[in-house]
Write a protein that binds this ligand. Structure first.
Ligand code: ARG
Length: 239
């Protein structure tokens, strides 16, 4: 009987020590925040959530999916956390909770390198591309399409790898996406950044609204990393 008690206690300790494993959803064509390198999902966001997990005593496992399916997956409980350079906005905050902001960014306009195209590419009968469901996509729709400034097509892409290939192949005239990511693509693809749109967006980590304890833990972890200087170290690694 005593032996059984000792064994059960032992098992219980192991279970607690292992902590919980949370499923983290992202869309990994968004360097330097999340991208695939040697078959592995890496990037600023990946290091950030891993560091938070370590500070808070839980484990994470990553799931790569299309950007527009991240929030539905979080709401339905298929994943527990979203970290995907996701902008905090009202629409999204109605269905999920966001952590404290961890980054700010603007949008930029990207064209094929050497095409001679400028910011006027956004006017008239051109085709403009974005990743489906992103704030860039929304901006094109609201500011260009609905206003009649853009009379051409809006092309929506599931992945930025495809979007940039289409841009280089002249199947789309320009792309609108987050500036730090555009900068990164401009380093190794034949594209030019021709404009900045000051949207002043803040990125947050998203959590299911029913999981307030996890939200609190993530905010705690973020604060710990800020205080310890670890956050700055991660920034330095990717920027
Ligand atoms: N910040 C933009 C948004 O929230 C784009 C994010 C795209 N992220 C990604 N991992 N593909 O809509």
């Amino acid at each position: 009987m005593k032996k059984l008690l000792v064994v059960s206690l032992f098992v219980l300790c192991i279970v607690f020590a292992l902590g919980k494993t949370y499923k983290v959803g992202t869309e990994a064509t968004f360097p330097p925040f999340e991208y695939v390198e040697n078959g592995e999902i890496v990037g600023f966001d990946v290091d950030l959530i891993k560091a938070i997990a370590e500070a808070e005593g839980f484990d994470v496992e990553f799931v790569d999916m299309s950007f527009d399916s991240l929030i539905p997956a979080l709401v339905s409980g298929n994943i527990d956390i979203v970290i995907a350079a996701m902008t905090i906005n009202e629409e999204r905050a109605e269905v999920v909770d966001f952590s404290d902001p961890y980054w700010t960014a603007n949008q930029s306009v990207v064209v094929k390198g050497g095409s001679g195209k400028g910011l006027t590419v956004l006017f008239g009968d051109n085709s403009i591309g974005a990743q489906t469901g992103t704030t860039g996509d929304l901006w094109i729709e609201e500011e260009l399409q609905n206003t009649g400034i853009l009379t051409g097509q809006v092309k929506r892409y599931e992945s930025f790898v495809l979007a940039f290939t289409d841009l280089e192949n002249e199947n789309v005239d320009a792309l609108v996406l987050d500036e730090p990511v555009a900068e990164r693509y401009a380093k190794d693809r034949n594209v030019d950044i021709v404009g900045l749109i000051l949207t002043n967006e803040e990125y947050g980590i998203a959590i299911n609204k029913d999981n307030k304890a996890l939200l609190e833990s993530i905010n705690n972890g973020l604060e710990k990393l800020e205080d310890s200087g670890e956050l700055l170290e991660i920034v330095g690694k990717y920027f």
